[in-house]
Write a protein of this length. Structure first.
Length: 167
């Protein structure tokens, strides 16, 4: 069995997440190595700087007796998309009021806030806009149907009861 020393960990292929900076350059991260990150003016430079950071990160962990995760160490977990969340009742009330004012569910509001924090706000905003548009379209259809029913029914918009056939 191979000894898990610095050369062992450096031989492993850790996934890399690259993000382009709006001001130019790139930000590189090893998601499996918490806090291991680097920047560079080009993709190649960011990846090269990340390799240096990875070596220092792993070396420091080993020297101080801390564990070093292997690539994908947390990938065996399947997430259901459901969590149980506890919060102060006052925060719950405040969030519920904000959701009501925005005419969205509390669940969608919390998801949007969390996605914004995690860097995925845009897809949820697009989903929210699409849901609001669909709701507005459904309300329009409902209003048109109510108008047609009112025009067809002689008794102020109420349809007569259907009669059951006699046996």
């Amino acid at each position: 069995m191979k000894t898990k020393d610095l050369s062992y960990y450096l031989s492993l292929k850790y996934p890399i997440t690259l993000t382009e900076s709006p001001d130019g350059g790139y930000f590189a991260v090893h998601p499996d190595l918490d806090g291991c990150m680097a920047e560079g003016g080009t993709l190649e430079e960011a990846v090269a700087n990340l390799a240096d950071s990875r070596e220092l990160w792993i070396e420091t962990r080993l020297e101080n007796g801390y564990p070093v995760p292997e690539p994908g160490a947390s990938s065996g977990v399947e997430y259901s998309g459901r969590i149980s969340l506890r919060m102060a009742p006052s925060l719950h009330e405040q969030l519920a009021r904000i959701a009501e004012r925005r005419n969205i569910s509390l669940n969608l509001l919390i998801n949007t806030v969390l996605a914004s924090y995690a860097g995925g706000e845009e897809p949820l905003q697009e989903t929210s806009k699409a849901l609001q548009l669909a709701l507005a379209q459904l309300e329009g259809v409902q209003a048109r149907l109510a108008h047609h029913v009112a025009a067809l029914a002689p008794s102020g918009g109420r349809l007569p009861r259907a009669r059951r056939p006699r046996a």
